[in-house]
Design a protein around this ligand. Sequence first.
Ligand SMILES: Nc1nc2c(ncn2[C@@H]2O[C@H](COP(=O)(O)OP(=O)(O)OP(=O)(O)O)[C@@H](O)[C@H]2O)c(=O)[nH]1
Ligand SMILES: [Mg+2]
Length: 297
Amino acid sequence: MAEFKSGFVSLIGRPSAGKSTLINYICGYKVSIVSAHPQTTRFLVRGIYTNDETQIVFIDTPGVHNFNSNLNRGLSNLAVRNIDEADLVLYVVDLTRKFGAEEQTIIDSLAESKHNVIVVFNKSDAAENDTGIMREVLTRLNNGESSVPYIAVSSKHGKNMKDLVKLITGHLPEGPMYYPDDYVTDQTIPFRISEVVREKIFRNTGDEVPHSTYIEVDKLNVTDAKITASATVFTETESQKGILVGKGGSKIKKIGMQSREELADIFERPVNLFLNVKVNPNWRKNDQLLKKMFQIE
Ligand SMILES: Nc1nc2c(ncn2[C@@H]2O[C@H](COP(=O)(O)OP(=O)(O)OP(=O)(O)O)[C@@H](O)[C@H]2O)c(=O)[nH]1
Ligand SMILES: [Mg+2]
């Protein structure tokens, strides 16, 4: 019998390439939040896929782009640092976009890392016109040397995902089961709560608000029968707080309601969730907080 394969697989790609969507599809569960707004993923998220012959531990990373703020730098370092810790890197490319500076940045860091790489050309369902990005990426990555494995998929519709799992398995080393076979993620309960709330903020507010917030779970009580939690959503300004709270508290109520519904589904028990909104100006410039958030030593 073939030996069991396992390993850590980091996804890298520009914002909105579909990294989180891909992980969710393969893991069969929403482990990472997805949104049409770029820069949705802010933390490392592990999604776990197990079958008879392999265990793949996917590590989702924030989209790589060209940065100036501390927050963006934190996100970028997180993504790049992850390449080094992985057995394999999936470089996710959006087929509907043209080749740009962000792709070149990623190709340069991959060239330095000497890692096993598979290129995943995503959104094949939406790529009616050839933007030339596939040819461009492959030419630059190969650079006259050995050819990098690649595959075209649609993460949204699940096209070629079985072949992608096979391709990944073929590039993993022999190894142990890192997690029990029924685990789809190793996220803690407070982390999952704050991620679900963050996704509902993305869904219910305009572009500026979700990027300007962070969430802290202040109280948590977990029993087999139910979960009770309270969390604070911090915004940067009073006006963002106003948008988030809404008229007579209507928006934050809606965000709370949608969050409770999804969390009850995830944890398979009722979830009582209380949300507060507070202003913490300049949090994105607060190095202590950012270090804590991104677990930078
Ligand atoms: N048509 C199409 N849309 C897709 C596909 N995969 C992802 N999307 C959409 O692309 C958008 C971004 O998807 P995400 O999975 O959040 O992208 P991401 O790479 O994780 O983005 P960041 O976390 O911001 O770096 C969402 O609106 C998805 O629904 C696909 O295969 N086809
Ligand atoms: Mg993401």
